[in-house]
Write a protein that binds this ligand. Sequence first.
Ligand SMILES: Nc1nc2c(c(=O)[nH]1)N[C@H]1C(S)=C(S)[C@@H](COP(=O)(O)OP(=O)(O)OC[C@H]3O[C@@H](n4cnc5c(=O)[nH]c(N)nc54)[C@H](O)[C@@H]3O)O[C@H]1N2
Ligand SMILES: Nc1nc2c(c(=O)[nH]1)N[C@H]1C(S)=C(S)[C@@H](COP(=O)(O)OP(=O)(O)OC[C@H]3O[C@@H](n4cnc5c(=O)[nH]c(N)nc54)[C@H](O)[C@@H]3O)O[C@H]1N2
Ligand SMILES: [Mo]
Length: 746
Amino acid sequence: MKNLENNMNEEDIKIVRTTSTFDCGGRCPLRLHIKEGKIIRVEGDDYEEKDEQLRTCLRCRALRQYVYHPKRLKYPLKRDGPKGSGKFKRISWDKALTEIAKKLKEVKQKYGNSSIFLVTGGAYQGAYHDGMFAMMRLLTLFGGYSTHYGNISSEGAVYATQTQYTSPFVGHSRTDLLNSKLIIMWGWDPARMISGSDTIFNLIKAKEKGIKIICIDPRYSDSAVVLADQWIPIIPGTDTAMMVAIAYVMIDENLHDQEFLDNYTVGFEEFKDYVMGKKDGIPKTPEWAEKITSVPAETIANLAREYAITKPAALMDCQGPARSAVGELYNRGAMTLTAMTGNVGKHGGSAAGGLMGIPYGHMFFASRIPPPYRNPVETGLKSVRGSLDLQLRFQARCHINKIFDAVLKGKEGGYPFDVKFAWFVNNNFLNQLGNANKSAEALKKLDYMVIADLWLTPTARYADIILPVTSIAEKSDLIRPWPSGPYFVCANQVIEPMGECKSDLRIAEELADKLGLEEFEKYPDEKKALRFLIKLREDTRKNLRDINKFREDGIHRLKLEEPYVAFKEQIEDIENKPFNTPSGKIEIFSQRIADLNDPENPPIPKYMERWEGRYDPLIEKYPLQLISPHPKNRVHSELYLVEWLREVDPHVAWINPIDAEARGIKDGDEILVFNDRGKITIKAWLTERIIPGVISIFEGAWYDPDKNGIDRGGCVNTLTKDAYSPGGASALNSCLVEIKKFKGGT
Ligand SMILES: Nc1nc2c(c(=O)[nH]1)N[C@H]1C(S)=C(S)[C@@H](COP(=O)(O)OP(=O)(O)OC[C@H]3O[C@@H](n4cnc5c(=O)[nH]c(N)nc54)[C@H](O)[C@@H]3O)O[C@H]1N2
Ligand SMILES: Nc1nc2c(c(=O)[nH]1)N[C@H]1C(S)=C(S)[C@@H](COP(=O)(O)OP(=O)(O)OC[C@H]3O[C@@H](n4cnc5c(=O)[nH]c(N)nc54)[C@H](O)[C@@H]3O)O[C@H]1N2
Ligand SMILES: [Mo]
């Protein structure tokens, strides 16, 4: 009787406060009930200040199903069949690490360190056990490695904010939304993708307060359903056309804040000339934009007036629309409108920029790679982009959405390295980067591959060795909240590792021994390590005096005197606290971009048509635009196997009834979605929550090709392109497809 879960004897149950580390936009403080070494219950935040509680999301509520899932990997595995077959046999840690060390030495000797490829993702958001940083340290000591550049999530926004502000911390505290008079959510759906655990709560409070909320999205998103006074559907990839038409109305009707522009920006005149059509003879009127965006001219003009007149107003752009061929231009357009309305640096306003970060969330970031090493493979190499040095674009690297192209083509294909050994950590990139079929081909050809993961993912199926890693319940760590929250969180180990699982850090430590790298710094004592990490940064040190209490509480909330507002300092005192840009001001015109002399990369934000959008001639063959937002019931491909979460939101394609009827497709039909890159099957969901001409499939379903090469798992990246915008945005939302009823076969 004693072992029965429901027989809760109070004394037997210990409640441990902790958190999760998923790569989603939230961070839920959790209270895990532990009985006889097992998690028997998950409860959420019970902070007495109810308004500041960070409410637990559905993914964390399913934590037990995730941690104890029968398909968790428990032992190291060695490939025992063709690559991709999924056939593996159990081996010991000693054998696995001995083989890996031998291979590493061989590759280093024969091809040099640049042939060792470290492929990192953001899955684990801890400071201490994060394998990506452990492997960086280890391989640096080993003589270096090649890797990739370009943040898969937000490179459009990074490029845009670096260009115009030179800072990625463009956000406000979420409580500052309550100081707004108008909130424009432009391609932002935090009811699903979170953007900080306090976001949707504050937006609901804003709505209750009577603040008007407008959502601009090709989908009637969950956030629009809950919050919007007005939903403005738009053709994907055309947002910048609507933005410049808004600018047109403001200029034409003299509604813009000229004084703000004069004091704080450079280059508005160039932008104005473009908007008014001084050089190209095309005034960017609402009527002009209507033809491109499908948004009625009157709607655009009204929004322009409302946004210009209502002060303060928060224009909230995000990353989804920027994850496209037009990428950064969308964020640059949004930032330009926030300057034209003088909303930057003001309470209730917004600087836009898509990142929405406030500095506190990243406090543990810098602390992860002590001591700082430089990768010898990159020594002395400059940024590819020359004058616009984003420090991410080294000549030694390939773009993140070209990882598999680089594996396939190597130096002959113009890449700086030939891959002979690859280590995958914190990612399932076969599934998550563009053009999965091509990625699978690349992985078949790859000489040697190691992956560390909790699951036998589609990517792991191609590995030579799979190393099983611990989940967050099995280790203690400091956890990085996404950048919205002014709080620190930590995780406390609550159960013993499953099977023979180890954290990535432990794996790196043991591999260091096999490689004879005695200098590799180890942290055998977690408590000591945590103290060390906290001490590294002054702000953390100041805030977290009582580490034991922090450990017990699992969270430390910062009490800010007022909501954080990006660039408030600059706006209040531009003379003494200029922006970090070369001009010291917000750069609507960027000389650094102009110097690149790239016609695809204009120095002012412009509407541009690139590829696989509504106006690409390819639309004749593939008449539907495919967008792939992030799933609410998963974190990308993680949690895919958790049954509870599958039930919440079955994997379907959103299709407007007009498009479905034209093809004889009914609700619930199995359909084939296809283009030249691949074919997937999925169920059709007929809904007017998406505009005609566009279909939506959430990213992250597991790639599962059948013998005809049709992906029966419905992984959206079987269809997307492995390409990027001039600013480096992975263009996963620029994708054209056709659909038809699936009747089996090919
Ligand atoms: N079509 C389309 N594709 C997209 C996107 C999109 O919008 N559309 N979004 C992109 C974005 S923004 C992102 S961030 C990427 C995400 O791409 P990935 O980072 O590849 O996504 P995940 O599915 O989260 O994969 C993380 C993997 O790491 C594993 N993991 C978890 N914890 C640990 C750990 O502690 N150690 C190790 N070694 N492994 C661990 C998980 O089990 C999982 O298999 O996807 C991108 N792909
Ligand atoms: N539950 C959950 N939350 C997550 C994640 C997850 O996997 N699951 N992933 C996290 C990660 S790593 C990231 S980077 C963020 C990503 O956050 P985002 O990149 O902001 O999220 P997306 O879901 O890609 O897209 C946001 C919205 O943009 C809309 N959209 C797409 N194309 C266009 C367009 O051209 N114009 C306009 N106006 N709208 C468009 C989509 O319909 C969607 O509603 O989310 C984070 N949060
Ligand atoms: Mo992301």
